[in-house]
Every structure is written in structure tokens, then in C-alpha cells.
Design a protein around this ligand. Structure first.
Ligand SMILES: Cc1cc2nc3c(=O)[nH]c(=O)nc-3n(C[C@H](O)[C@H](O)[C@H](O)COP(=O)(O)OP(=O)(O)OC[C@H]3O[C@@H](n4cnc5c(N)ncnc54)[C@H](O)[C@@H]3O)c2cc1C
Ligand code: FES
Length: 372
């Protein structure tokens, strides 16, 4: 910081200290700094003061397991305390000079005040951001935020009987739902909830003590822990033995794709339409060839393999395309395809010229040109 900016910083800090609340401070400082953008100064004083983007400060990093941490994030201006338990939060972290974005399910229960968000991140083998978060992020880190979103949440009113099926880190959105049901049980009854949770090893179970404690305080809640290294993966026959009335329970499921695919098949085969699924990852092995992707009028191109999405490819060469969930959920990333073909990693569907594609789940099948 130069002498003149640090002098200005002192003046602004003193001025900001005299105004009662951030929004008023923002208006006040805007007048003071006109015609320059107030954000350029306000973020020097207090990094969460930005009117251009949602920001948050990591206030706590709690280690849940060797490869998993919970971040408690204090949101800055403009962030909403209102969200549906089970929804995800977009988080951007500065990594090697570039803001890198991923989605994380909210594990916190919404509060009526300004509240704090919490997310629980498991480091994936060779995962770019998850390893950075688990290994490096400390309290005081400033992150960018995208508002909570997603359809994976309980309806209102809450069904009187329901089931959760989770595995591994897929417990996170359900944790947000359980904490919220627990908090709301002061004013409304806790529903009849059966929760089947699978972990590879007994010690892998995240939030285990809290879940067992919930069983004691909420008689409506029953946890079945399945340790797959000892008992194998649960199949639908075993599920029927464990939860005889599961055909009567609308179900929310999150975990590895293989588990979710099996549940999908079972619900399809039994003509049920009350399965709600959240997927964290796509299968990248879709047999696509890859190719050269041209990003429309930007003139930029990138050579991609058949497992790197077009959104990721654009980011590699500095093409900013819109995105939200990065998992084919929100439709924010839809763009037109001018030339060539792409494959959707979720279901193997191929798309050709003139179609609109979701860049976050599409990989190149040969050379591709986007309409941008
Ligand atoms: C709605 C939603 C909610 C989520 N909630 C959570 C949550 O609560 N907790 C949580 O831990 N995660 C959650 N996720 C997953 C999270 O968003 C990230 O995807 C995850 O942290 C991995 O990010 P990464 O940058 O570490 O991995 P990436 O670098 O994005 O890679 C992801 C995986 O793909 C592989 N991969 C990447 N590129 C290639 C390639 N070109 N070829 C082959 N393999 C490749 C990597 O090795 C890695 O295993 C959620 C995802 C969604 C969509
Ligand atoms: S970013 Fe949400 S569907 Fe692509």
C-alpha cells in the first residue's frame, strides 16, 4: 500500500467507524469516494464490504476427519440467511491467482438472523479445490460466494414419514436437513425419519456422535449405519429387511453415483416417483475423444481430452462463461453449439450443431465451436 492510500485508508476507517451499519457506511463512503468505485477502498478497510460480489470470511476451520474439514463462513453484505436446508452454496477460493469455484452443500441450519454458513469438504484424490481447502484454508480467508440454490430440499409441510439414504460425504446436505428439523422441533413435531448411512470404515462416519445424540433427543429419528468393508453395499432386498415400510417413505439420497443409480433403478422398477437425488460428481469416463474447442467471438481455443468439460477448458484459457452448480443442475451454463458435437457426461447423450448445451457437463467429441 502506498503512503497516500494508507492515509486514505485511515480516513475511511475513521469515517466508517462513525456510521452505524454497513449499508449506511456503503452509501456514506460512496459519496466520499465519488467518482471512483467505493469497493476499491472499502475492501481495503474490511474485505467483506463489497457491493459488486458476495463475499464471506472463513471464521472457523474444524477438522472432521483426516481428509475432511468443515468451514464456517461469515457472509458479508448481500448474503441471504434464508435458504432451504439441503441446498448448496457456490464458493470461490483464490487459488494460484485465479478464483476457483465449486458447490458445497450447506450443513448449517438456516437461522433468522444474519447467520453463518457451514460446509463440509472432503478432499478428493487429485481434486484441485477440495485438497486446497482441506490442506490450506485457514480462518481469515476471504472467499467469494454464490447464493444458496438447488432443489434438493424437503417440501413444506415436511412429510410425516421419510427416509434418508446417504453414503460417505453425501451425508452433508442431509446433515443440514436434520439440523434444521431438530431446530424446528421446538415449534413443530420432528417427523418419523429413517436414515441409512453407509461408510467404508466405521471410523469414516462424519458427524457420528451428533447423529447418535440426535437419536436420543429425537425419538422420531433412527440411524442405521452400514459399514461396507464389513457388510458390503446394501441392496434393495436388504433395505426391505432393514426398513420394511421404505416403499411408503419419500426418500432423499446423496452419495456415490453407483449407489444413486441403483436406487434410481429400484424406484423406476417399482413405479415410484418420490426419490430425490443429489449428485456431487459425474462419471468422466464417457468414451469421448476430446478435440479443439473454439470459444466463439473470443477467438480463444483450447485442446481438450474427453474427460475435461468445456466449462473447465474455457477457464484454462481465461474464457469466463456463466456457471452455477457445475454439475448439470441449475442450467446457468447453457450456451449454443455452432459446430461439432459434444457428449453429456451424465447420461452419454450427444448434441450437435444448433443445440444448446450445458458446458459444465459436456465434453468434446472432436472439434467444437461455441456460439459466444
Ligand atoms: C450440489 C453439489 C453439492 C456438493 N456438496 C459437496 C459437499 O458437501 N462436500 C464435498 O466434499 N463435496 C461436495 N460437492 C463436490 C464439490 O463441488 C467438488 O466437486 C469437489 O470438492 C471436488 O472438487 P475438486 O476441485 O477438488 O476436484 P476437481 O479438480 O474438480 O476434480 C473432481 C474429480 O474429477 C477428477 N477429474 C477432474 N478432471 C479430470 C479429468 N480431466 N480427467 C479425469 N478425471 C478428472 C479429479 O481427479 C477428481 O477426482 C458438491 C457438488 C455439488 C454439485
Ligand atoms: S453450472 Fe449448473 S447446470 Fe451447468
Amino acid at each position: 500500500m502506498t503512503e497516500s492510500t494508507s492515509g486514505l485508508n485511515r480516513v475511511l476507517r475513521a469515517a466508517a467507524a462513525r456510521v452505524p451499519e454497513p449499508r449506511a457506511a456503503h452509501r456514506f463512503l460512496n459519496r466520499l469516494t465519488h467518482p471512483l468505485r467505493m469497493d476499491d477502498y472499502s475492501s481495503l478497510i474490511y474485505p467483506l464490504w463489497s457491493s459488486r460480489e458476495l463475499r464471506g470470511e472463513v471464521v472457523t476451520v474444524r477438522r472432521e476427519a483426516e481428509d475432511t474439514v468443515t468451514l464456517v463462513i461469515k457472509p458479508g453484505w448481500g448474503a441471504t440467511p434464508h435458504y432451504q436446508p439441503g441446498q448448496y452454496l457456490g464458493i470461490g477460493v483464490l487459488l494460484d491467482g485465479r478464483w476457483t469455484w465449486r458447490s458445497y452443500s450447506l450443513t448449517s441450519a438456516p437461522t433468522t438472523g444474519r447467520g453463518e454458513y457451514s460446509v463440509t469438504v472432503k478432499a478428493l484424490p487429485e481434486g484441485l479445490l477440495s485438497n486446497h481447502i482441506v490442506g490450506t484454508v485457514e480462518p481469515g480467508t476471504i472467499v467469494r460466494l454464490a447464493a444458496p440454490a438447488g432443489d434438493f430440499h424437503l417440501p413444506t409441510p415436511t412429510p410425516p414419514k421419510l427416509m434418508f439414504v446417504t453414503a460417505g460425504s453425501g451425508i452433508t446436505p442431509v446433515m443440514g436437513m436434520l439440523r434444521s428439523l431438530d431446530r424446528r422441533s421446538v415449534t413443530e413435531p420432528f417427523p418419523d425419519v429413517v436414515h441409512v448411512h453407509s461408510v467404508r470404515e466405521r471410523d469414516d462416519a462424519l458427524f457420528y456422535d451428533e447423529l447418535r445424540a440426535l437419536e436420543k433427543t429425537q425419538p422420531g429419528y433412527v440411524l442405521h449405519l452400514r459399514v461396507t468393508s464389513e457388510e458390503g453395499r446394501i441392496d434393495s432386498r436388504q433395505m426391505s429387511a432393514l426398513v420394511p415400510d421404505w416403499s411408503e417413505r419419500p426418500t432423499w439420497a446423496c452419495g456415490p453415483n453407483a449407489m444413486l443409480d441403483e436406487l434410481d433403478e429400484h424406484f423406476d422398477a417399482t413405479d415410484r416417483d418420490d426419490l430425490h437425488v443429489e449428485r456431487f460428481t459425474v462419471n468422466r469416463d464417457a468414451g469421448a475423444s476430446g478435440g479443439t474447442v473454439t470459444f466463439g467471438s473470443t477467438g480463444k481455443t483450447v485442446e481438450l481430452d474427453g474427460a475435461t468439460t468445456i466449462l473447465e477448458g474455457g477457464e484454462k484459457v481465461g474464457v469466463q462463461m456463466p456457471f452455477g452448480c457445475r454439475m448439470g443442475i441449475c442450467q446457468t451454463c447453457v450456451v449454443g453449439l455452432d459446430e461439432g458435437h459434444v457428449r453429456d457426461l451424465r447420461n452419454g447423450t450427444d448434441h450437435g450443431p444448433g443445440e444448446r448445451i450445458q458446458t459444465c457437463v459436456s465434453v468434446a467429441l472432436g472439434d467444437v465451436e461455441l456460439k459466444l
